[in-house]
Unconditional design. Structure first.
Lengths: 254, 386
């Protein structure tokens, strides 16, 4: 397996009054290609801040983030934007799609941004949408699609450029249970099949069953890393869990 | 760049009702600006047309008249003195007065400027039909195009002019010998008559026949070398007493009310353009505010700022272009339905200036929204920023 992502002692501090508050505190982990990880934790645990740093939208106060062998700290704003559209696929919980572009055009937008809007790219976009069960709705505008369908289009867009890392921020937040399962299962399957590395931030602990690993964040730090086969009750009540040794999971947590 | 253009066109097309509605607002502003410009041109032209087209380079006023034609009186001796100065090709006396033409059908009489000229001398307009004036005291006239249009008179027809002599209205019958192009003066169409005939007809405090060699209001001075305007003016000032000489532009700018009228209309145009800047700026700013989460999402997926800026600018330019095009066509179309008495003139240069100004107000008005778009933080798409 190839290393897709590595974070080393990442800290993110925000100034508050005369002091600072640590939103992310000494987070270290790594992710291989073909691996789908769920990032869970209560509100304020730092998972969205962590996701924003992985997406190169925020810079860590200290520590290193390396994606596909490239150190993000060295990059300028423009280089980060370029890196983001080439190496990172993104799915948000809402406002995912450009409202005036059809489903197909939304997916093709990434091709246009990367200068790959050609016959092969267009074919790939259609194939992805077909794979996601959207063949009948490619020419529909987002407002004509259900929440689940919109998320599937967003997943297609996040994968069209064959990114190293796929990030999903609460992709099931606005979906009913059945659609939520479908969307996460599809995302996990595609990450595995296409050999990408995927991280999904979620509040919904039912969705972690599709993840290879679960990173549980609490108060800005990594509380524990477990697998779906472990006792998940500790995610709801941290007191009942024991830490899973990092070496048994192949995870670089320190 | 093309991705930005693509995004702009897609958004306009998929929201064409909204954008068309806004283009109509721009079109209305365009109609307003063009009409104000055309009205300014029409009114200005109505005041200055004759003097602007005058076949003389300098105009000599009585030096105490402060460049007011109606107050100026120049006699024959002065006229001859000007003619005698080296470098002067020819001179022509010009007399101006206001009279009217009674209409046969009982409608309102047509107010005209009666302009006395010396036949064959500077000041007599070239004719487009018929011939010129022949004798200094003949009962003949050249009418301008507007008079011909409004009275239906043709070459060879009889023109009746009403003038007040003392307290009585007198009618004077003149034969139309020629028709010239539009030569308005004092916002009225013009009739040109020989200077002695003019002195006979012009309204006077008491009825009296015209003098054999009447005093006129001003003298049109034609130069041998029109490029020597300043030199000749200085020479004439030095050699001829009792006159003040100015070029044609200075002459018509000193027509009573001309400068005040033009500056009023220019102020209106400027305000209309400023309103346009604010309306366009406001529209695009509101639209940008509504799109903040979407712009944030676009940036979060790696869309460069240049693409966002191009999309915003292309939209602004397209909406403005469409609005200005619709407004221009509407303004010209509407003007065709106006009677010729309404002083609306779409002059190419001032029209082009207005259109260019209108095309510029879009991008100027939209600059704020473009700047705002560029400052949207992609983190808003993640709910981390605002």
């Amino acid at each position: 397996m190839t290393l897709a992502l590595e974070t080393r002692s990442v800290i993110k501090e925000y100034p508050v009054g005369t002091g600072t508050i640590k939103a992310v505190d000494e987070v270290s982990f790594s992710l291989q290609r073909g691996e789908f990880v769920a990032l869970v934790g209560p509100s304020g645990s730092g998972k969205t801040t962590m996701l924003a740093m992985l997406a190169t939208l925020l810079s860590p106060t200290s520590g290193d983030i390396v994606i596909d062998g490239q150190e993000l700290a060295e990059m300028s704003q423009a280089a980060r934007a370029r890196f983001r559209r080439r190496k990172i696929g993104f799915t948000f919980q809402s406002n995912n799609l450009v409202s005036y572009l059809t489903a197909l055009e939304n997916v093709e937008l990434m091709l246009r941004l990367n200068g790959e809007y050609n016959a092969a790219g267009k074919k790939r976009a259609k194939e992805l949408l077909v794979l996601l069960g959207m063949e009948e709705r490619m020419d529909m505008l987002p407002r004509q699609l259900s929440g689940g369908q919109q998320q599937r289009v967003a997943i297609a867009r996040s994968l069209i450029n064959r990114p190293t890392l796929v990030l999903a921020d609460e992709p099931t937040a606005s979906l009913d249970t059945e659609r939520a399962y479908q969307v996460v299962e599809t995302l996990a399957n595609l990450v595995h099949e296409q050999n990408r590395a995927g991280i999904m931030v979620t509040h919904d602990l039912r969705m972690v069953e599709f993840a290879d690993r679960i990173i549980h964040m609490l108060d800005g730090g990594v509380e524990r890393i477990i697998t779906p086969q472990d006792d998940l009750s500790c995610l709801a009540d941290p007191g009942v869990c024991t830490m899973i040794p990092a070496d048994t999971l192949g995870v670089g947590e320190q | 760049m093309w991705t930005g253009v693509h995004l702009a066109f897609k958004e306009i097309w998929r929201n064409r009702g909204r954008f068309l509605l806004f283009s109509m607002v721009v079109a209305l502003i365009t109609v307003l600006v063009l009409f104000v410009a055309a009205l300014g041109e029409g009114l200005g032209s109505g005041n200055r047309e004759y003097l602007e087209k005058l076949n003389a380079e300098l105009i000599a006023y009585q030096d105490t008249a402060r460049l007011t034609i109606a107050s100026s009186r120049v006699d024959c001796t002065t006229r001859r003195a000007i003619r005698a100065v080296e470098g002067v090709r020819d001179v022509g006396p010009l007399g101006f007065s206001g009279v009217d033409i009674p209409m046969d059908d009982g409608t309102e009489p047509l107010d005209i400027s009666l302009i006395g000229v010396e036949p064959g001398k500077p000041g007599e307009p070239p004719v487009v039909r018929g011939g010129g004036l022949v004798r200094r005291s003949a009962d003949e006239a050249i009418i301008d195009r507007t008079v011909a249009l409004m009275t239906g008179l043709k070459v060879g027809g009889q023109l009746v002019i009403r003038s007040t002599q003392g307290t009585e209205d007198e009618l004077y019958s003149l034969q139309v010998v020629g028709v010239t192009d539009s030569r308005k003066y004092g916002l009225r169409p013009s009739v040109f008559v020989p200077i002695v005939t003019w002195d006979d007809i012009r309204p006077k405090a008491s009825a009296a026949p015209g003098a054999e060699d009447p005093a006129c209001n001003v003298i049109a001075v034609q130069l041998e070398d029109p490029t020597q305007l300043d030199t000749m003016r200085q020479r004439l000032d030095a050699q001829v007493d009792g006159v003040e000489l100015v070029d044609r532009q200075t002459a018509y700018e000193n027509t009573p009310g001309y400068t005040a009228q033009q500056s009023t209309l220019n102020t209106q145009s400027t305000f209309a353009l400023l309103i346009g800047v604010l309306v366009i700026g406001g529209f695009f700013q509101i639209q940008t505010l509504q799109k903040v989460p979407q712009i944030g999402m676009l940036k979060a997926i790696g869309t460069p700022n240049s693409t966002i800026a191009v999309a915003a600018i292309v939209q602004i330019v397209m909406v403005t272009l469409l609005g200005v095009a619709i407004g221009s066509v509407a303004a010209v179309g509407l003007s065709l339905s106006f009677p010729p008495t309404i002083p609306i003139i779409f002059e190419p240069r001032s029209g082009a200036t207005s259109v260019v100004s209108l095309l510029l107000i879009g991008p100027i008005g939209g600059l704020l929204s473009v700047r705002y778009s560029l400052r949207v933080e992609p983190l808003v798409a993640l709910g981390l920023g605002s």
